[in-house]
Design a protein around this ligand. Structure first.
Ligand code: BV8
Length: 244
């Protein structure tokens, strides 16, 4: 690993009082959760239009639920990796560190992080399609058929932001405010393709933050990053921690 790059990242982070970490599917890859757009990514095998849009759910809620239950069964078996665990330890290291994640797998929380903004929802929560009440569904065994709201009997949907849906307004406002206020933004394991999440690093840089990217592949953000690590977050985040 490039020692001078590690030192430069450690130096930026040592001086920073406020840090934001934007994460994507890549941070969970080493836990065994498939990414979306890589070589073996989910969107290579499945069509987002059939599974992750409100129209798809309206057409065939059983199919959509089958897909989410399959993903739940994958995620239930895995554990947070050294990337998640390093970020969780950093909550006691910095005055303020927030994780803004596009992931719905809940692995940051399982790793012990507390300041987490889940931009796209959580696969372990459901929402009533009639009244909007959100329920925790982690404890429940994967069931067959359509889950129903215990209050009104309407169909429950995954509490996930699908393509073409608005992100929760207060969640998004908070994410943009934190991005505009941080001194360092780390962008970890995202292709930076999906909006509006991909605009958060731009907001941070325009407000004067230093951008550090960790990804085995270059992304549209690489050119604007102050430091770019080409590699796996489960290896690079602990190495940065050691350098700090
Ligand atoms: C909205 C739910 C307002 C599913 C997901 C502006 C311009 C262009 C398009 C749009 C735009 N604004 C809105 C859009 C449309 C759309 C969009 O962005 N489309 C893209 C495809 C162009 N956005 C929306 O629809 C959003 N809503 O804007 O509302 C609106 C509404 C209507 C009309 C107008 C406006 C809603 C977006 C939410 C989509 N929901 N998830 C589910 O999870 O079940 S998106 C999906 O992609 C994933 O869930 C994930 O959250 C997200 C981001 O992907 P990544 O996390 O980046 O994952 P990816 O696989 O792409 O990349 C993995 C990376 O990891 C790679 O770079 C790889 O190299 C790296 N990696 C691999 N291994 C490692 C690693 N890195 C580190 N370590 C490793 N070991």
């Amino acid at each position: 690993m490039d020692r001078s790059l590690l030192e430069a990242a450690a130096d930026l982070l040592r001086k920073a009082k406020t840090v934001v970490v934007l994460t994507g599917a890549g941070i969970s890859a080493e836990s065994g959760v498939p990414t979306f757009r890589g070589k073996d990514g989910l969107w290579k095998r499945f069509r987002a239009e059939d599974l992750a849009t409100p129209e798809a759910f309206g057409r065939d809620p059983n199919l959509v639920w089958e897909w989410y239950r399959w993903r739940q069964s994958l995620i239930r078996k895995v554990a947070p990796n050294p990337g998640h665990l390093t970020l969780a330890r950093w909550e006691t290291r910095f005055d303020r560190i927030d994780i803004i994640t596009q992931n719905v797998d809940g692995l940051h929380r399982r790793a012990g992080s507390k300041n987490i903004i889940e931009l796209h929802g959580n696969i372990w929560k459901t929402r009533c399609t009639k009244e909007g009440t959100v329920f925790d569904s982690e404890a429940e065994p994967a069931e067959k058929g359509l889950p129903r709201c215990p209050d009104c009997g309407a169909i429950l949907r995954p509490h996930i932001v699908w393509f073409g849906e608005m992100l929760d307004r207060s969640v998004l406002e908070n994410a943009f405010a934190l991005s505009a206020a941080c001194r360092v933004m780390l962008v970890v394991g995202t292709s930076a393709y999906v909006q509006p999440a991909a605009s958060l690093p731009l907001t941070a840089v325009q407000a004067g933050a230093a951008l550090i990217e960790i990804n085995p592949e270059p992304t549209p953000l690489t050119e604007m990053a102050h430091l770019s690590f080409r590699g796996k977050s489960g290896e690079i985040l602990p190495a940065i921690e050691a350098a700090i």
